[in-house]
Design a protein around this ligand. Structure first.
Ligand code: RNT
Ligand code: ZN
Length: 418
């Protein structure tokens, strides 16, 4: 009741500058973000013997309660979704397959994801997919699709082909586009002599993977670049220029991970340019702290700036929003909830901007008004409208979700013996 009152007042204030909060509430409910399953078990997966994470990425922390199997992981994600307003998607990695333990990564099939698919169907969730080209003996020397040894390359090519078929199957079954994103760790610790040959091999491998035509109504291929990783500090084969060139030439999407660029470079400033040359873009929203540390996404300026780019330029149909962080030092379900709520909040914040008025100021050269409005908008009663969205979506407002997660931690998570 108290919130209703604040919402009505807030709505009146926004209406005065030409922003319709009811319209924004409806628009926000249309957006699906993709929640990454790997936050739930520190990127261990079930196809990864020994559960050791390699590939130059790492989850630090030893908070208790990691999901030990697919049932627990799904149970934990369901719990998280209860506190995230809206209907969303789940992003799976190939290592989350449920197999007999003997299936090679190059032999995985849709049948190994039956439980995931049925679960997605019954929870009205979309699915996205990723081949897992790390945490495997054949990636141990740091190379996969660009490996100098043809046999090793062929193994990873088969794995990526198998992954696309699974992605296409998900999309078809759910009648909702599945994005299959390829990220590989390939690179050198130290300065290489030949930067070209590995890139030639990667290009050839991708050509081979994509030579299988699959249904683009329900499936999109995306390619994720990176600047450096642990063990690939000096050279990464799949750089931004490499994949951007490949994607433009071959009609693929690129994935921009917010932790994969130079520290002073921003993903927000890339979106408008790329939107002119690419049909589709995938985002991996993460938070780099000094390096690609994959901290939980907070509501910081760059996240808002990314949201502004998507909303101001009306790109919600062509930009897919995925989350990519893995923090093992806090409650993992809370990590999902905090990160997702922040992403949704940032989009909502952008939807409550008087964009037509701001663009008009800019076109007319009235930069004084542009700056004044942008700054005054920051203290508009956004919180009251956000609370209303949570309430209407049937999720707890503000931090009221936290006691429920603490209870789940005590009742379920702390009882899991690792
Ligand atoms: C690695 C990439 C990649 C992974 C996931 C697990 O730097 O960001 O997206 O985080 O695929
Ligand atoms: Zn990523």
């Amino acid at each position: 009741m108290k919130n209703k009152h604040s919402y009505i007042q807030a709505g009146e204030l926004y209406a005065e500058i030409g922003v319709d909060t009811e319209e924004a509430l409806k628009r926000l409910a249309e957006i699906r973000i993709s929640l990454h399953c790997w936050q739930g078990d520190d990127v261990r997966g079930f196809l990864n013997s020994g559960g050791i994470l390699t590939g130059g990425i790492t989850a630090t922390g030893n908070y208790p309660g990691t999901a030990r199997n697919a049932c627990e992981l799904r149970q934990d994600m369901e719990k998280a979704f209860r506190y995230i307003p809206g209907k969303h998607k789940v992003n799976l990695h190939a290592i989350y397959a449920e197999t007999d333990g003997k299936t090679g990564r190059d032999e995985i099939e849709p049948v190994h994801f039956t439980h995931w698919l049925e679960w997605a169907q019954s929870n009205n969730l979309g699915l996205d997919f990723n081949p897992t080209c790390f945490s495997h003996p054949l990636s141990a020397d740091g190379f996969t699709l660009s490996h100098p040894d043809k046999k090793t390359r062929d193994f990873w090519i088969r794995h990526c082909k198998a992954s696309r078929r699974i992605g296409e199957y998900f999309g078809n079954q759910l009648k909702r586009k599945c994005i299959t994103n390829i990220w590989i760790p390939d690179g050198y610790k130290d300065v290489p002599v030949d930067r070209l040959a590995p890139r030639e091999r990667l290009k050839e491998s991708l050509d081979e993977i994509f030579s299988e035509k699959i249904d683009s109504r329900y499936h999109t291929d995306s390619l994720e670049s990176k600047l450096f990783g642990i063990g690939s500090e000096s050279y990464v084969v799949g750089s931004h220029e490499f994949y951007l060139g490949y994607a433009i030439k071959n009609g693929k999407a690129v994935c921009l991970d917010t932790g994969h660029f130079h520290p002073t470079e921003t993903v927000s400033n890339k979106i408008s340019s790329l939107s002119l040359f690419l049909e589709e873009i995938l985002l991996h929203l993460s938070r780099p702290v000094r390096w690609d540390s994959d901290h939980v996404v907070i509501l910081d300026n760059e996240l808002e700036e990314i949201a502004f780019e998507i909303i101001r330029n009306d790109l919600t149909e062509r930009i897919y929003i995925g989350l990519d962080f893995f923090d093992a030092s806090i409650n993992r379900i809370a990590a999902w909830i905090i990160g997702s709520r922040n992403v949704i909040k940032s989009l909502f914040y952008a939807m409550l901007e008087p964009v037509t008025l701001l663009k008009k100021c800019e076109q007319e050269g009235d930069y004084t008004m542009r700056l004044a409005l942008l700054e005054e908008m920051k203290t508009y009663p956004f919180g009251a409208v956000w609370d209303e969205y949570c309430e209407r979506s049937g999720v707890p407002v503000r931090e009221k979700w936290l006691p429920e997660i603490k209870k789940y931690e005590n009742d379920i998570l702390l009882k899991r013996k690792q």
